[in-house]
Write a protein that binds this ligand. Sequence first.
Ligand code: SF4
Length: 283
Amino acid sequence: MVSKNRFQTDQQIIWCPGCGNFGVFQALQNTLEELNLRPDQVLAVFGIGCHGHMANYLKTYTVEALHGRAIPLAMGVKLANNSLTVLAIAGDGDQLGEGGNHLIHACRKNPDIKCLIHNNQLYSLTVGQASPTSDLGTKTKTTPDGVFDQPLNPLTLALASGASFVARGFAGNVPQLTRILIEAIKHKGFAVIDILQPCPSLNKANTFQWFQQRVYELGKNYNFKDKNKAFEKALEWGEKIPIGIFYQENRPTLEDHLLPVLKKSINNLFLKTDFKKLIAEFR
Ligand code: SF4
């Protein structure tokens, strides 16, 4: 169940009972409330997947992108209207498979966008094929003998690609996920938040209980400015799985670099072009 507030529409929610998407949706609503944002100040771009139904439930501007293309669409929106809080929300298959190239380059370009990865370690909308984050040995319809590809680690990928904010939350810990999302939105730059989002219908291994036995919060003494430490912690996966903000740095955003150039180009185009002469040339 999701407790309703002004960021939820009247649409009936069709996620399976117990789906991790409920926890993510609740944390996102809490975050927008906590930050005192208005629905018209937020635009969320969704990918394709079970998470994408949220485009109908979240009362902000929402749009569903092509598969794997949530990030470039979000970057275009942010450049067109820099005052919006822009979110790129998609699953592990979408953000790390089809959209993996966009994720890497957004990390190094640093647009002021928040990238939420609903990581259920499967392509669940299409009933459970292996995704880039499926654990080794996971049996699915596409991998009846078990996954043999090395799983992608979203955190080390984001760190190595230059993301300025890297975190991991758990759909089963809504208060902590809310705290992470608040800091991510306050952060000026590209934030990658890997969210452990159990899919009880199709992923029978990485369940809420499985995660609850393993997750622990990076403590107050953890130094999120230390990139080496962030890599070390990001590599922990198995008996213990850390959650929290792994890394944060401040540096200019894509908009800081690009918007003055775009403004100048547009000014030059409209103020210095003799349109009458230009049209006459085409007659
Ligand atoms: Fe959630 Fe899995 Fe059901 Fe999709 S298939 S709605 S991810 S529980």
